[in-house]
Design a protein around this ligand. Sequence first.
Ligand code: GLV
Length: 325
Amino acid sequence: MKPKVLITRKIFDEVVAFVREHFAVEGNQTDTRLSPEMLIKRLQGKTGAITLVTERIDEDVLSHCPALKIVSNVAVGYDNIDVDACTRRGVMVTNTPGVLDDTTADFTWALLLATARRVVEADHYLRSSKWKGWGLMQFLGYDVHHKVLGICGLGRIGQRVARRAKGFDMEIVYTDAIRVPRSTEEELGARFVDKMTLLSESDFVTLHVPLIPETRHYISMAELTRMKSTAILINASRGPVVDEKALVQALQGGNIAGAGLDVYEREPEVEPALMGMKNAVLMPHIASASHETRLRMAKMAAENLVAGLTGRRPPNLVNNKVLSW
Ligand code: GLV
């Protein structure tokens, strides 16, 4: 009998078909998020799961699903999974690094340009038939070219964002827990500074750190008040990296000029005050959402799952400790 696996949300049919070649698949092709109770119910008796960032796999879930051997997350971030609890129980955790870097960097730029140049607001204006013709003072935004871009987290995605900044003739500063090699700094033209210097020097601050305990509220009131009143904050990393209430206050108080957000502290909830702000561009967590990349991510997760359940080391195993070989 084939091992049983659960795919928690709608994914590409061709990927489901690939997984079916190996396992008995229970799917949820409705694309609605399973409630925690339903998730537990459907995971019981399954040896593997393909999960999305909307599912929390924690101690409670694991304690109800002792057959589980692998959780294959379709995302590079895996803060929705309690990795330590998985490791304690011998459950492999995998992610999808690398394949989404360029797509996420492209989107970071879309968010940055849209916020700086008021693209979404102007589109709404036109569609509501308010436009009565060209005006010199209409929709003045901020220049992007020749400005200072501050990148928090110069990892795979942050570096791709930096490369694109070169085309805008920007000065690039970055901060990170670990400084990248000098050769990378030179190639990207990026100058290492501490976080507070970055915040005070940058016209655009873009966040590319993983969500770990040290980066929860990485940007809070103290940080926001260090930023220029003309600066724009971009977040396409994880919502809890920014203290959303502090961000609302900073936007309302004019501490910063705008924010482009793809992620939120309590998704899918968004601070109600943000909803009414014209200087905030709000996207529904879609930075990696291109046809090509989301398919690559789903395939990668399926390959990780198959490897893990057929006695091979999954190529993108997060908790290496779980395997003794
Ligand atoms: C999406 O948010 C990801 O982490 O891949």
